[in-house]
Design a binder for this molecule. Structure first.
Ligand code: HEM
Ligand SMILES: [Ca+2]
Length: 307
């Protein structure tokens, strides 16, 4: 594997050590301020990093404003925390102008969000450059909540991630929420059966129905990991095992034999440490998807626009 301070993507831990020594601290303090004021920012930033990396690599393409950029695409509709990245960037431009990429800010903010919600920390390899393009149509590479497992597995494989990485990374759903709009069909009319998804636990079903009444507020948000929405840990997998997955893709992690054995391995009180350690490693791997380094791309002056 080589030195853990370097990674295959050409990124490296401590990249800004001499050019912007306070970079990591500046990002951390911006994220901390925002999460303290609004805890839903932490899952927002974690998800934003995933949605960046899976579309043309971790290059901050998700941050670009414009008529038909990635931001405007359906799967990115509920992303939140953009203003936190902008705040960190503006402080960084004061401290060390033109040095720290928006892509790296996002990678750091995702890590800081996990730590602020109680997860273990990891060293983030840095040195990503910011991309120049962002197209809504490119977001088709993102896994969808109703993709068959074969498609999910393929979409991760296309990014160099295996089935175990998939199960570990989706463990990010240990924090945050989903809108009723994205899973109500499972409660009332699953696959046009006029019946609920049989994978839903019988005791859980009425709870979900109460939170998302048929024809009710589609924007209402429900914890992805019941009982631990703001706390990073392996309880998400315990919930999957007992039929308490909220979105269809999560429930399938247990019902599909290709992923079940990995879910099983992360269940139970004694798996918390293992999950946390593996999550950090998988995030480093995801963070190196198709990264631009060296003279590729640019260092944006503001994260919402190319220079
Ligand atoms: C098979 C892959 C995945 C699918 C299908 C998927 C799908 C979803 C869906 C449908 C939501 C709810 C969105 C909403 O209603 O706002 C969600 C939320 C979330 N996802 Fe994923 N996800 C996947 C993988 C990941 C990964 C790899 C991560 C991070 C490492 C992640 C982190 C999150 C977080 C933190 C939230 C909560 C967002 C919030 O509360 O604002 N997801 N995901
Ligand atoms: Ca991207």
């Amino acid at each position: 594997q080589g030195n853990r301070w370097f990674s295959r993507g050409g990124t490296r831990v401590g990249f800004y050590k001499s050019t912007c020594p306070r970079a990591e601290f500046i990002v951390q303090s911006a994220v901390q301020t925002a999460v303290r004021a609004n805890p839903t920012i932490a899952p927002g930033l974690l998800r934003m990093f995933f949605h960046d990396c899976f579309v043309n690599g971790c290059d901050a393409s998700i941050l670009l404003d414009g008529a038909s950029t990635e931001k405007t695409a359906g799967p990115n509709a509920f992303l939140r925390g953009f203003e936190v990245i902008d705040a960190a960037k503006s402080r960084l431009e004061t401290a060390c102008p033109g040095v720290v990429s928006c892509a790296d800010i996002l990678a750091l903010a995702a890590r800081d969000s996990v730590v602020l919600t109680g997860g273990h920390s990891w060293h983030v390899p840095l040195g990503r450059r910011d991309g120049l393009v962002s197209r809504a149509s490119d977001t088709a590479t993102l896994p969808a909540f109703n993709d068959p497992m074969t498609v999910q597995i393929q979409k991760f494989a296309d990014k160099g991630l295996n089935i175990q990485d998939l199960v570990i990374l989706v463990g990010g759903h240990t924090i945050g929420t989903a809108a009723c709009a994205l899973f109500s069909y499972r409660l009332y009319n699953f696959n046009n059966t006029n019946a609920p998804d049989p994978d839903i636990n019988q005791a859980f079903l009425p709870q979900l129905r109460a939170l998302c009444p048929n024809g009710g507020n589609a924007l209402r948000r429900v914890a992805l990991d019941t009982g631990s929405v703001n706390s990073f840990g392996n309880s998400f997998y315990d919930n999957l095992r007992i039929g308490r997955g909220v979105v269809e893709s999560d429930a399938k992690l247990w019902s599909d034999r290709r992923t079940q054995r990995f879910v099983q391995g992360f269940t139970g009180r004694r798996s918390g440490f293992k999950f946390n350690a593996k999550f950090g490693r998988a995030m480093v791997k995801m963070g190196n998807i198709e990264v631009k380094t060296g003279r590729q791309g640019e260092i944006r002056r503001v994260c919402t626009a190319t220079n």
